[in-house]
Design a protein around this ligand. Structure first.
Ligand code: SF4
Length: 232
């Protein structure tokens, strides 16, 4: 598992893939990366410190991902993140969060603001089509509108490549994302061990019709392979 990388394009930043106690939701029907977890806090802390020791502060921007949400990282790791941000002069720090932890976000932002660090939240929303998101994907965000999400998250992840998604639905998701959030990250579904698997026709449709329109957009990250940020 590669746990540190540098993203040099569009929104340059360093990125670390840390390990937490495990996603508490675990129900998304396309996901198996919640398997990267351990209940051993001490072991997680050691592993995470090792990943964080690579951070140089080259872009004053750091993204922390952990196959779950920031709330699932142990206290020692959170302290280590804060220390490395202060030492390496990180101004912008991104964390991932599931919707269910939204009430904990203000306190997180407040904590890091005390060290002069701006926290941005990246939330996995996958699609703004609520029926598809809840009935097919089981995301756990029933009845949640984009405006409400934008009260907590500055960026969202979208996930394309399933039967039922069309050029129109993918385009609409991207437009909605760009209308409400600073940046969006489009992931294409890669085959894994989860019940919901990619439809190659839909992937091809995205690549030929939608991708060319957003490839150069500085507010849109597009991950054809889920390891394209260099971690995973
Ligand atoms: S996509 Fe995120 S929230 Fe959903 S099960 Fe996987 S780790 Fe948990």
């Amino acid at each position: 598992m590669v746990r540190y990388s540098v993203i040099t394009e569009k929104n340059p930043r360093e990125i670390v893939l840390l390990r937490g106690s495990g996603c508490r939701w675990k129900k998304c029907r396309f996901c198996d990366y919640h398997l990267d977890f351990s209940k051993d806090e001490e072991a997680n802390y050691r592993l995470n410190q090792e990943a964080l020791s690579n951070v140089t502060g080259a872009y004053h921007s750091l993204e922390v991902i952990n196959s779950g949400s920031f709330c699932e990282l142990d206290d020692g790791t959170m302290d280590a993140i804060e220390t490395v941000c202060r030492e390496k002069k990180i101004d912008v720090l991104r964390f991932e969060s599931h919707w269910m932890y939204r009430k904990k976000i203000p306190l997180l932002k407040e904590r890091f603001a005390g060290s002069g660090i701006q926290v941005k939240i990246k939330m996995g929303v996958e699609t703004f089509d609520e029926t598809f998101r809840e009935e097919t994907m089981e995301k756990g965000m029933k009845g949640v509108a984009p405006e409400e999400i934008a009260r907590y998250a500055q960026e969202v992840c979208l996930l394309f490549g399933f039967s039922g998604q069309t050029e129109e639905t993918m385009e609409r998701d991207i437009r909605t994302g760009l209308a409400h959030f600073e940046r969006i990250c489009v992931n294409l579904m890669n085959p894994n061990t989860a019940p919901l698997q990619p439809d190659q026709e839909v992937i091809r449709l995205f690549q030929s019709r939608v991708y060319p329109r957003y490839r150069e957009n500085p507010r849109v990250d597009i991950l054809v392979e889920n390891t394209e940020f260099g971690v995973g």
